[in-house]
Write a protein that binds this ligand. Structure first.
Ligand SMILES: NC(=O)c1ccc[n+]([C@@H]2O[C@H](COP(=O)([O-])OP(=O)(O)OC[C@H]3O[C@@H](n4cnc5c(N)ncnc54)[C@H](O)[C@@H]3O)[C@@H](O)[C@H]2O)c1
Ligand SMILES: [Zn+2]
Length: 390
């Protein structure tokens, strides 16, 4: 048995954002809470959205307080603005941080007493109408049933999933992604690749998730480097926007695995942005599960351009080599060493806690081999060794 959830409608193409006012109205919305992060508001994106909504005759309020990855405090602040302005729908424009905040707010308003962590347990979950417009490619959050919010009290990243969290409409407008600098393009793109790969090798993978996962891997393989090297390459941006959404659909209906379970812990301890933290772990997680998912990893290598006539074992190893190579070329290792993992002793000391944290989260039981404490420790140690040599 498998359940498959996708947004009710997906709009794509350059300029598609101009329809968001009418789209909110199709959902019965008249007065939107616009959620966006402080940087995007600073570069004037909120003014563009406000004009689009005003032209459609919509009322709106703006919450642009998200800076960095979101916490429960951001959600509370957004809920307050929505209540004060009596908003009846939510529009997220931004990366995964803004979209996840919007998802949590859209659920919190009609369920004021529901704890965030209890969302997944609800059989029926009410939420405000919600449109997500991603500006990174990316998390795929515009198409997933997950919202990732750090509990401001415990510091733990919670990521409950519920089919009702999938946005009603996703709008994939690559124009919005043209301003993404090359580093962020690379790291968020590696997040999309990790989603697609983990969904594809997950032991929850199914025919429908495979379709999106495999296509996403191929599309990222063909477009990510072009988008990183030429931010104004419209075709590459368009392909990455779709690939990221496909990868989101794939993992939302299959799962992510150890690169995400470990990446959440790594990100929380060393304040590493999400895409970078999962990219850092991905090659070691692949190596760990290589034999168990050899055929799948061989197919991944083919999707990323390897010679399909090579043997299965060789191809599977090639998949790992390709990801290592992406991490070299996209400066994943050096960025981590220079900005985040600056003290290798502190990193070694944090491994036991990160392992505990990783094992407590989602993505462990779905890994091709379910890892033990020792296995996860070994993955973190391999990363430490790699960083030491950079
Ligand atoms: N809900 C899900 O399904 C899901 C999946 C994966 C990750 N996540 C979560 O999403 C968050 C990360 O999201 P993200 O990687 O998209 O990054 P983000 O939303 O945190 O944004 C990263 C940075 O990029 C900037 N930015 C965004 N779009 C830009 C643009 N077009 N031009 C210039 N700058 C731009 C932002 O201002 C910010 O400074 C994490 O909290 C992660 O855990 C959620
Ligand atoms: Zn991710």
């Amino acid at each position: 048995m498998a359940t498959f959830c996708v947004p009710g409608r997906i709009e794509t193409g350059f300029g598609s954002m101009s329809q968001v006012g009418e789209l909110l109205q199709t959902l019965g919305g008249n007065n939107a809470l616009i959620i966006m992060d402080s940087f995007l508001a600073q570069i004037g994106l909120n003014k563009k959205i406000e004009t689009i909504l005003a032209e459609a005759g919509m009322g709106f309020a703006v919450y642009s307080g998200v800076a960095g990855e979101p916490t429960s405090d951001h959600v509370a602040a957004g809920v307050e603005i929505a209540a004060r302005s009596q908003c009846d729908c939510v529009l997220a424009v931004g990366g995964g941080s803004s979209i996840d905040t919007a998802k949590a707010i859209a659920v919190k308003i009609p369920n004021p007493n529901l704890a965030f962590g209890d969302i997944a347990k609800q059989q029926y979950l009410k939420r405000l109408p919600l449109i997500a417009v991603p500006t990174t490619a990316g998390t795929g959050s515009e198409a997933t049933k997950v919202s990732v919010i750090t509990n401001a009290k415990t510091g733990i990243k919670e990521n409950p999933g519920h089919p009702a969290i999938v946005p009603d409409i996703a709008v994939l407008d690559p124009e919005l992604m043209m301003t993404l600098p090359s580093g962020l393009t690379a790291f968020t793109g590696m997040d999309a690749l990790t989603h697609a790969m983990e969904a594809y090798v997950s032991n929850k993978a199914n025919k429908m998730s495979d379709l999106y996962a495999y296509e996403a891997i191929k599309m990222v393989g063909g477009a990510l480097e072009k988008a990183v090297e030429g931010g104004l390459n419209r075709e590459a941006r368009q392909r990455m926007a779709i690939a990221s959404c496909f990868a989101g659909i794939a993992f939302s209906n299959s799962s992510t695995n150890l690169a995400h379970a470990g990446g959440r812990a790594l990100g929380a301890y060393f304040h590493i942005p999400h895409g970078l933290s999962v990219a850092l772990l991905l090659p070691f997680v692949m190596e760990f599960g290589l034999e168990a998912a050899e055929e799948r990893y061989a197919q991944v290598a083919i999707a990323l351009g390897a010679n399909p006539h090579d043997g299965r074992k060789e191809l599977a190893r090639k998949a790992v080599a390709i990801v290592y190579d992406y991490n070299d070329r996209f400066k994943v290792w050096t960025e981590a060493k220079e900005k985040f993992i600056t003290d290798l002793d502190a990193f070694a000391a944090a491994i036991p806690e990160m392992v505990k944290n990783a094992l407590a989260g989602n993505g462990i039981l779905t890994n091709p081999i379910v890892p033990t404490e020792q296995d996860v420790t070994a993955v973190f140690q391999k990363l430490a060794k790699k960083i030491a040599t950079v």
